[in-house]
Write a protein that binds this ligand. Structure first.
Ligand SMILES: NC(=O)c1ccc[n+]([C@@H]2O[C@H](COP(=O)([O-])OP(=O)(O)OC[C@H]3O[C@@H](n4cnc5c(N)ncnc54)[C@H](O)[C@@H]3O)[C@@H](O)[C@H]2O)c1
Length: 129
């Protein structure tokens, strides 16, 4: 019988989850760790980052946490390159961040989803490629 779950294993793959401490991001981070990837969480919240790292260690997962602010699209390339230098280039990149800036409350759906979230992902994927 084919072991289908084995086909979904991500051993020896590096996964970066941006916003990996949020409601969705944490579960994505746990899932990618369980699948065997070497996980790095990029998030704004340093205190929660350290606490999540310890929590994961207690469950047997050795993850990395990097303080990362994705709100400034102009600096994101430079910032992301320094992380790649230290942690290596990811095979998998997932954006689960929700950067609520000062303008967030007055922003339209297009401003948030396309101009902010999607463009950030494109900028970072461009750096990775
Ligand atoms: N929760 C839902 O029901 C739901 C449904 C559909 C879509 N979404 C989308 O999924 C994404 C995540 O939602 P969520 O509910 O997990 O949000 P959340 O607020 O629980 O988590 C967001 C995470 O992003 C981090 N973050 C905030 N600003 C950041 C910054 N400048 N740089 C780096 N990290 C930053 C936060 O620290 C947090 O860990 C959002 O884009 C949201 O629109 C959520």
């Amino acid at each position: 019988m084919i072991d289908y779950m084995q086909k979904f294993r991500l051993d020896n793959k590096k996964a970066f989850v941006m916003g990996g401490l949020g409601l969705i991001g944490k579960q994505v981070s746990i899932a990618y760790s369980m699948a065997g990837s070497q996980l790095t969480v990029l998030d704004l919240d340093e205190t929660e980052g350290e606490s999540f790292k310890n929590e994961m260690k207690e469950s047997g997962f050795d993850i990395s946490f990097v303080h990362f602010d994705c709100s400034d699209n102009k600096q994101i390339t430079e910032y992301f390159l320094t992380i790649i230098e230290k942690y290596g280039c990811p095979d998998i990149f997932i954006n689960c961040s929700y950067p609520r800036t000062k303008e967030w409350g007055n922003s339209s759906f297009k401003n948030i989803t396309i101009d902010a979230d999607l463009i950030k992902s494109f900028i970072i994927c461009n750096v990775i490629l």
